[in-house]
Write a protein that binds this ligand. Sequence first.
Ligand SMILES: Cc1cc2nc3c(=O)[nH]c(=O)nc-3n(C[C@H](O)[C@H](O)[C@H](O)COP(=O)(O)O)c2cc1C
Ligand code: SF4
Length: 595
Amino acid sequence: MTEIESALDPILAKYHRDPTALLQILRDAQDLSGWISPEIRAAAASALAIAPTRIDSLTRFYAHLYDAPRGKYRILFSDNITDRMAGSVALMELMLKKLKLERGKLSADGLVSIDFTSCTGMCDQGPALLVNNLPATRLTARRIDEICGLIRAGAPLDQWPAEFFQVEDHIRRADLLLGAPKKRGEAIRAALALGAQGFLDELEKSNLRGRGGAGFPTALKWRSCRDAPGEKRFVVCNADEGEPGTFKDRVLLQSFAATLFEGMALAALVTGAQKGFLYLRGEYSFLRAPLEATLAEMRRENLLGATIGGAKNFDFDIDIHMGAGAYVCGEETALIESLEGKPGRPRIRPPFPVTHGYLGFPTLVNNVETFCNAAAIATIGAAAYASRGTKQSTGTKILSVSGDCQRPGLYEYPFGVTIAQVLEDCGAPDVGAVQVGGAAGNCLIPEEFGRRIAFEDQPTAGAFMVFANRRDPIEAARNFAHFFAHESCGFCTPCRVGTSLVAGMIDKIAAGHGAQYEFLDLKRLHDILRASSHCGLGQAAMLALGDMMQKFKPAFERRLITRDFEPDFDLDAALARARELAGRDDAAAHLGEDI
Ligand SMILES: Cc1cc2nc3c(=O)[nH]c(=O)nc-3n(C[C@H](O)[C@H](O)[C@H](O)COP(=O)(O)O)c2cc1C
Ligand code: SF4
């Protein structure tokens, strides 16, 4: 055995040499040397009897897998708009300057690399960065200085001050879910007393709708999965939480994990699933160990494992599966592909996961908050639950509030709360716009602050980003456009090409070179993306931008030039090398103004 084969062996054994676990194997293997080296690639492919190109398909797809060396310290600044508003760009520049580095390039001594990544889910305590996947929050120029000192000294991360890595919950308003921690096992005991069918009926009466964004009726999903043919079923918790501006699942995972796992166990009780997965976004790796500890405690307390709560035939356990930096994996079919060890490309639907999900078996996918709600319904009953909120949107909604406000953090309200109320509570007096639902959501202006957070009015998975009047809407539009261009999985042309074109056009407008041509073309692209994209990412990629172009038309028009069009490409400059070779630089060797 070579040295790398021996190092890889325990990792392969941990995952039973199962190619379905390829993403997990590569994540762990990468820790051996900081990247998937040719030796790791060859040894893993041979041990799993798969083509090495299967490994390449993952290293190219997932942003947190590397096929080239990265630094001993891999620094990734969060590129969310609220982090930018809090000064992340200047802080990154400061760090690059202090360490004499260029963005995206490995230092000559192999010590450090610095780049941007999409939102890290720390918008309430930004600016933030990830260092080797660990979040460092509340960055300031002084902290950057200290971090640079630690990097230069080669200090291991466990010797860095603990406060650098402190992640606060920031619960500002609590209701059903974020109030006092629930008594462990209460929800399972209550559901067992009702029986599987009895609890499903209760869930139906509660009118719970999914909190991942689409608001699909939860009881209907659970029933469909239970009734689908197949000898096995799976329960999956979607903890990918990649939507810029959303961080409520982070807090539920950090401080209410037992409630979440109980909610998953209830889904197993109803559907008959024996196996569950928590799909945890790579940026939340720091939560893995405490989550594993909670799972172990729950196994000891007979709340997971065999004959849960003493009930015959109620066997269910949960594995944690790590994501690796791909927003599209939040889409449930992409998530299932990723669970199967493949690049997370959305599947064609139908068939839906409830009939054809993980490895082709009926699979239930719900958001973290949805499972926590299911546990709350078991505990307090459908009637008490449905007495909160509105008729069509029962219960509460947790909002992740960030941006220009005095008290960013989590706010849990009964559905039906107005935007104005949330703004008052978080301390935001001078607001020009609120982005509800993240980059894929809607931009609301003051005339709309009487609107309500509810499925029948303004639905949201939870992001609530506040923009003061002084902010430039085009900067937010640029940030969102680049986010989608970066996160498009490239599977379908409208999204792959469309999102890049949009990002280019917004850059051009922001730089003062855009004309009416671009403005109209953006509107055309909006229609194409919405109508022809294969999945929700492409379909929603221009929602916010469309809102902004309509609601902040003067801000856009001020930036447009009066000519019909200005080319992006400078043909004359591109011919410089030809002139050099020809040895002439006279006027005739240049293109005229009219070209
Ligand atoms: C691009 C994209 C990203 C998504 N990201 C998430 C996510 O991070 N978390 C989530 O629960 N749902 C996400 N969804 C929605 C899921 O596809 C799915 O509808 C949801 O997990 C179902 O759970 P629910 O019924 O409890 O809402 C995303 C959808 C799309 C199109
Ligand atoms: S819409 Fe975008 S993210 Fe979705 S499948 Fe097509 S390319 Fe991939």
